[in-house]
Design a protein around this ligand. Structure first.
Ligand code: AMP
Length: 172
């Protein structure tokens, strides 16, 4: 097991019964693992043009800006409804029970910009797909997805692969 893998903590039944929560905070708190993780996230895209890294609230905000700096890109937050102060676009996505939505600033991405979408964990892929639609509505081109952890018992990443390559540091 790598240093990064050994520092991802499994928390059963958080935030509700039946969920095995992947807690990345021990990895974030380890200087060597943190640096290795940023480099490993960057590696697949080192030779690509990435103009913007889009990170999803809230754990996509932890590594996203560091990844953006290493790629020479900007960082754009995708947030839960009502958090972004200027004009926004919104996209809804299905949950097990009901729907949720995410927002982006309407001027955050310029037409033709190449975008990498990042989060800590991909589960159903619903959040990343909603972010994809936001980027595309602004004229951006999703060139890839970058996750620390892919829950491979769910089809989320496969849905995203139809849009652009998916790179995950760990598949569990
Ligand atoms: P999804 O839209 O189903 O792919 O869910 C992705 C979002 O939920 C991400 O923002 C993750 O941070 C969070 N998430 C889903 N499952 C887990 C899990 N088992 N552990 C930690 N975070 C999770």
């Amino acid at each position: 097991m790598t240093r990064i893998e050994s520092l991802i903590r499994n928390i059963p039944d958080f935030p509700k019964p039946g969920i095995l929560f992947k807690d990345i905070t021990p990895m974030l708190g380890d200087a060597q693992a943190l640096a290795e993780a940023v480099e490993a996230l960057r590696a697949p895209y080192a030779d690509h043009r990435v103009d913007q890294v889009v990170g999803m609230e809230s754990r996509g905000f932890l590594m996203g800006p560091a990844l953006a700096i290493r790629l020479g890109a900007g960082f754009v937050p995708v947030r839960k409804p009502g958090k972004l102060p200027a004009a926004t676009l919104s996209e809804s996505y299905e949950l097990e029970y009901g729907t949720d939505s995410v927002e982006i600033h309407a001027d955050a991405i310029r037409p033709g910009q190449q975008v990498l979408i990042h989060d800590d964990v991909v589960a159903t892929g619903g959040t990343a797909m909603a972010a994809t639609r936001l980027v595309q509505r602004l004229g951006g081109v999703v060139v890839g997805y970058s996750f620390l952890i892919e829950l491979s018992f769910l089809p989320g990443a496969d849905t995203l692969r139809a849009v652009a390559p998916v790179h995950s540091l760990m598949r569990v």
